[in-house]
Design a protein around this ligand. Sequence first.
Ligand code: SAM
Length: 244
Amino acid sequence: MHFDILTLFPGLFAGAFDESIIKRARESGSITIALHNIRDYAAGRHQVTDDTPYGGGGGMIMKPDPIFAATEAVLGEQATAVPIILLTPGGRLFRQSVARELSRHNRLLLICGRYEGVDERVHQYLATDEISIGDYVLSGGEIAAMVIVDAVTRLLPGVLGDPSATFEDSHAEGLLEYPHYTRPPTFRGHPVPKVLLSGHHAEITRWRRQQALRRTWERRPDILASAHLTEQDLAYLQQLQGTG
Ligand code: SAM
């Protein structure tokens, strides 16, 4: 997977892309990341990338021309084949299902906005997708781009040591993940649930599934409706509703 990231602040990505899983994925060649400074594509001696809004109001708006020029120069002939993703709080919500969908492409281009946002012509005539990472406003799209690169990368084959890990992650099947425990068996008087020490694999699998269902029902009932549920899951949820 190749990521192109268009930003006014490429220095922000140092650290996030130079440690741990992303670092290893880059070293192994599973991913490549190219940071492109939008300012390099701005015309004129001062390479201006923002301007005041038409119609008045506070703040500055990112001009369309440097963003179009950067995208066209970076993608060249591939311009129609690569998703051009604009990070914006007005975009579709980034979820695990969106990460999975994006992981099927072999190249993504991410545009990071700043200031009051980007000229509407970028939204309408350049971006092929608009993504928000949540219902809050960040100062810029860079952290949103890091979130997308991270979530997509861990889904790529060969990136995680244990490939089955992503199938059990929260949201993988529309459920939150079950709780994890490690040694010691009792910590400050709080014991690990007995079933996990039993060595009985079928019982452990059943307990974990029920914990995932219970946790999702308690904390995120909104996502339960679209989860993949078996007859047994539904029976357990009915039981919970009866006692809840
Ligand atoms: N005035 C804009 C609005 O209300 O929609 C917010 C602009 S924000 C301060 C600057 C940039 O940060 C945006 O152009 C976008 O690229 C990025 N950004 C902010 N919040 C975001 C979010 N929740 N998801 C993705 N990108 C976001």
